[in-house]
Design a protein around this ligand. Structure first.
Ligand code: NDP
Length: 487
C-alpha cells in the first residue's frame, strides 16, 4: 500500500516517529493509503523551513504570487474529475458534491489570484499640509492552517490561497481522516510553482502535534476550522498571535405559514441530509409555524424515506457514509438521547447494516428548544422539528443556542424576511433558500460560539492573513506635529 511522508521543504520526508496511520474509505472501511504520523519535532522542523522561505516569498510581487494561484486553479480544473472521485472515496460525500468541493477550491484560487493585483490599502488626507497618509498590507509571517475533513479540498484552499497571495508561508495540518486529499493538494501546489518551503504539510494526530503548531512563537497566524472544544483549546494555547476560528453550528430553517412548502421541503432535505448532515452549515433544526407543521412533516418524511444510502461514488446514492465509526456512534447517541428526552422519532434512527459508516437520515418531531438534541451539534443526518407560533417566536428559538453560523427563513412576506435578517444571530441568513451554499467572494463565518470574529473568503479572507501597516510620508521638509501644529 502506498505510503506518504511529510511534505517539508518541497519534498516528502520520513516522520521522525517512523510511524504511519491508514486513511479509510468510509463506505467500505478499507484503507486507501498510509500517512506519516508527525511529531512535535517534525512540526518544529516544518515551521523552521517555512520561516526560512518567508523573506524570498514575501518579496515576490503579489501579482506574480497570484499567477501561481491561477496556475493552481488550472491544474485543479484539469484534474477535477479524478480529484472529485478521491474526495468521494476518502471523505464519503456523493460525487456531485465532491465536484462542488473541487470547484470551490478552484473558485477561491481564482478569486485570490485576482487579489494579487489588488491587495488594496487606503489613502486618506493627512491633517497636515505636505504630508501623505496611507495603509498597506503586509503578511503575518508563518501561518499554521488546521483543517477538518468535511471539505477536504475546499477548506484547505480557503485558507492557503489568501495566505499565499498575502505573502505568508504555511504549515498545513489536514484532518487525519482525509490526508490523501491533502497530499494531492500540496503536490498540485508544488506543480503550479509554489517554491520549496512555502507550503509544508505535517500529518498526524492533532492532539499530539497541535500544541507546537499553535504555540510555537515563530508562528504568527493560526487559522483553524473544526469543533468548538478544539477552537477553545487553540485560543488558550496560541498566545499573542492572530487566530481565526471557524467552529460549529446548529443551524435553523424557519418555515412560516405563508411559505412555499414545496420549495421549503427541497431546502430542508438538501440542508439536513446533503453531505449526510456533515456540514458546519447543515440544517439541524426546522422551526415551523404550527399551522403548517403537520402538512410539512408528512411531506418531509415521505421525501426523506425515499433517500438512498450508499457509497458516495455510486451515482444512484443520495446520502453517503459518515466519516468514521465514532461519528456513527455519536449520531446514534443523540438518537437515543432524543428518545429519552421525549422527542418523537418520525423516520430513521438506525446505523446502516454491514460494512461502511452509514446512518439513516433521521427526523425528530415534538422537539422542545430546551432538549439537548435541539441545542448541541450532532454533525450528522439528524434533524429536529420544533414548532413556533409565528416569526417572533421562531427567531427567539433560532437564537436560543450557543452557535451562530447559518440560518434560513421561508416566507413570502418581505417584512418577515427582514425581521429574520435583522433578528437572527448568525453570520449568514438565507431567504427562501437552504442554510448551505456559500460563495467564495462573500465572507463566511459565524457569531457567538461559532467563531472569534474572523471571516474567511472574499476580501475578509485577505484581512485574516494580512496585517495593516500605516504609512505617513512628510514632504514638508520641517517638523510637523500632529494634533499640535494644526493652524
Ligand atoms: P476537530 O476539531 O476534531 O478537528 C479539526 C482539525 O483540528 C483536525 O485537523 C484535527 O486533527 C485538528 N486537531 C484536533 N485536536 C487538535 C489540537 N489539540 N490542536 C490542534 N489541532 C487539533 O473537528 P472535526 O474534524 O471533527 O470537524 C468537524 C467540526 O468542524 C464541526 O464542529 C464543524 O461544525 C466544524 N466546521 C466548521 C466550519 C466553519 O467554517 N465554521 C466548516 C467546516 C467544519 P486530527 O484529525 O488529527 O484530530
Amino acid at each position: 500500500m502506498k505510503r506518504f511522508g511529510l511534505f517539508i521543504g518541497g519534498k516528502w520526508v520520513f516522520p521522525s516517529s517512523g510511524k504511519y496511520f491508514p486513511s479509510l474509505n468510509p463506505a467500505t472501511e478499507k484503507p486507501i493509503a498510509r500517512f506519516a504520523s508527525g511529531s512535535e519535532h517534525d512540526v518544529k522542523h516544518a515551521i523552521d523551513v517555512a520561516e526560512a522561505a518567508l523573506p524570498k516569498w514575501k518579496n515576490v510581487p503579489a501579482p506574480k504570487r497570484g499567477q501561481i494561484l491561477l496556475k493552481f486553479a488550472g491544474l485543479l480544473r484539469q484534474d477535477k474529475e479524478s480529484l472529485a472521485k478521491l474526495v468521494s472515496t476518502e471523505m464519503g460525500k456523493v460525487l456531485p458534491e465532491a465536484r462542488g468541493d473541487v470547484q470551490e477550491a478552484i473558485d477561491i484560487a481564482e478569486y485570490m489570484a485576482g487579489e494579487g493585483r489588488r491587495l488594496f490599502g487606503h489613502t486618506t488626507p493627512s491633517e497636515l499640509q505636505n504630508k501623505f497618509a496611507m495603509t498597506i498590507r503586509v503578511p503575518l509571517g508563518v501561518c499554521s492552517l488546521i483543517t477538518p475533513w468535511n471539505f477536504p479540498l475546499a477548506i484547505p484552499a480557503w485558507k492557503t490561497m489568501p495566505a499565499l497571495v498575502c505573502g505568508n508561508t504555511v504549515v498545513f495540518k489536514p484532518s487525519s481522516d482525509t490526508p490523501m486529499c491533502a497530499a494531492r493538494f500540496v503536490e498540485l501546489l508544488a506543480k503550479a510553482g509554489v517554491p520549496k518551503g512555502v507550503v509544508n504539510m505535517v500529518t498526524g494526530p492533532g492532539e499530539q502535534i497541535g500544541k507546537e503548531l499553535v504555540s510555537n512563537p515563530k508562528v504568527r497566524g493560526v487559522s483553524f476550522t473544526g469543533n468548538k472544544q478544539t477552537g477553545e483549546w487553540i485560543v488558550k494555547n496560541a498566545g499573542i498571535k492572530k487566530v481565526g476560528l471557524e467552529l460549529g453550528g446548529k443551524n435553523a430553517i424557519i418555515i412560516l405559514d405563508d411559505a412555499d412548502l414545496g420549495l421549503a421541503l427541497k431546502g430542508v432535505v438538501w440542508g439536513a441530509f446533503g453531505t449526510a448532515g456533515q456540514r458546519c452549515t447543515a440544517a439541524s433544526r426546522v422551526i415551523v409555524s404550527q399551522e403548517v407543521q403537520k402538512e410539512f412533516e408528512k411531506m418531509l418524511v415521505k421525501k426523506t424515506s425515499s433517500l438512498r444510502l450508499g457509497p458516495g461514488t455510486n451515482p444512484s446514492t443520495d446520502v453517503g457514509p459518515l466519516i468514521n465509526k465514532k461519528a456513527v456512534e455519536k449520531v446514534h447517541y443523540y438518537t437515543e438521547l432524543g428518545l429519552s428526552e421525549g422527542a418523537k422519532l418520525l423516520t430513521g434512527g438506525k446505523p446502516g447494516k454491514g460494512k461502511g459508516f452509514f446512518y439513516e437520515p433521521t427526523i425528530f418531531s415534538e422537539v422542545s428548544p430546551k432538549m439537548r438534541i435541539a441545542r448541541e451539534e450532532i454533525f450528522g443526518p439528524s434533524l429536529s422539528i420544533i414548532s413556533a407560533s409565528g416569526v417572533e417566536e421562531a427567531i427567539k428559538i433560532a437564537n436560543s443556542i450557543e452557535y451562530g453560523l447559518s440560518s434560513s427563513i421561508y416566507t413570502r412576506d418581505i417584512s418577515n424576511a427582514f425581521r429574520a435578517i435583522e433578528g437572527i444571530e448568525a453570520g449568514i441568513t438565507y431567504v427562501n433558500s437552504s442554510t448551505i451554499g456559500a460563495e467564495v467572494h462573500l465572507p463566511f463565518g459565524g457569531v457567538k460560539g461559532t467563531g472569534n470574529g474572523a471571516r474567511e473568503a472574499g476580501i475578509e479572507g485577505i484581512n485574516e492573513f494580512s496585517e495593516t501597516k500605516t504609512v505617513y510620508i512628510d514632504f514638508s521638509g520641517k517638523l510637523q506635529r500632529a494634533q499640535i501644529d494644526t493652524d
